[in-house]
Design a protein around this ligand. Sequence first.
Ligand code: ADP
Ligand code: G6P
Length: 472
Amino acid sequence: MRQSPLVVVANRLPIDDSVAPDGACEWRRSPGGLVSALHPLLRHTPATWVGWAGGTGPAPHLPDVDGVRMHTVPLSADDFRDHYEGFANATLWPLYHDAVEQPEYHRRWWDAYQRVNQRFAEAAAEVAEPDGLVWVQDYHLQLVPGLLRRLRPDLRIGFFLHVPFPPPELFMQLPRRAELLRGMLGADVIGFQRAQAAHNFAQLVAKVLELPATDRQVTVDDRVVRVGAFPVSIDAAEMAALAARPEVADRARRLRQDLGEPEKVILSVDRMDYTKGIEQRLKAYRELLASGDVKVRDTVLIQVAVPSRQRVAQYQILRDRVEHQVGRINGEFGRVGEPAIHYFTQPFDRAELTALYRVADVMAVTPLRDGMNLVAKEYVAARVDDAGALLLSEFAGAAAELEQAYLVNPHDLEGLKRELLAALRATPEDVTTRMRAMREQVRRHDIHAWARSYLTVLDTGGALRDRLVPAD
Ligand code: ADP
Ligand code: G6P
């Protein structure tokens, strides 16, 4: 087994096991922030990505991609149901997102979570070089740092949580809360999106494990575990370069023509997830149409909502409700050839998505809770013309950085309508001033800056950090 100096461990691999007709395998930019963030970072580095290829059954062998080795961890049908759909996405996901849907607790799911975490830890232990660095990602794998440390005490181990970490009163619901915290503490560095999450973690560690903990470090078994906020980001330069390509600008112009040259285009791009606030947004739009503040010929809404975790009941219910709402709004307010909402559930390639960003006068990103929301940052990076207004939920991690957005509380329907109208009616000068400031923020705090700041803490020697992310 070949070993690597850097190993990333994430539930999902960035490519799936389907092979193109010519036999080649390509990166699959699956809709999801984790892959979007890590893919540009790892390209051309001597790394191995340990993850799951998306199916059930034996692990397919995947070729290296852009110099990064793919090491597949298999999930059986039972693992898929009880670990991925169950404990990860029906217990932890809703609990960590303010319990906007009711988390479910089942002992069988916990057994599967432990079993699958053990398998990921063993895979990482196998492929990491002596004294190497292993970077474990996200809520599916919170036990891996502890399990891995037992198998390979020589490694430096990082853990990063892409989703919010909840306040103690919610986390305390978890029947196996102590084990989850102890699992994370196997890492040398634990990173969160926001300082509040690090604070929640420190409070819980002190309360549940009775360990000395501050928002910056925890002492466990005579080891110091560093804790901190590292807001994740995107490859802003890559997005800006793509957006500046003449064919993308042309595509944006043609899209506008195809939409009937409306005065204003509103765009939303989400995974179909109940955390994204899609229903509240559609309701606000419907009320604005009903009151006449927004008129179909002048304004259109494009809603892209790519299906996700489709066998989980809450996701099925959401999709049905969203599609019912879209149908109802188009039925009531659309005209022949002029729907009020253009609705897509397809994955788009990067160029098409970027053209959509460039055509959107208002980008509506209104999750009820979101660890970061990279769509908001992609939109900002794509507006190389300094135009476009961002309507952004206060409850997205991105709101801490994109202060010049039109910030909203998505639970407040009147506020949502008011800010959407403000964004639609903003003067070009106001839009430009805000967008310029936000672009500068995203340019300076891009994915390379994120990796540099994390690896500066994790990779104490600095050798890997300098290879992975050269200094500015
Ligand atoms: P989450 O991680 O919860 O899905 P983010 O907004 O952080 O939310 O990340 C979503 C990522 O998925 C972004 O990089 C976005 O470009 C991508 N994405 C979302 N919808 C689509 C789609 N229909 N086609 C292609 N990529 C998509
Ligand atoms: C969020 C999570 C990721 C996950 C992604 C897509 O971004 O933080 O860990 O990969 O959603 O979800 P999926 O269930 O399709 O992997």
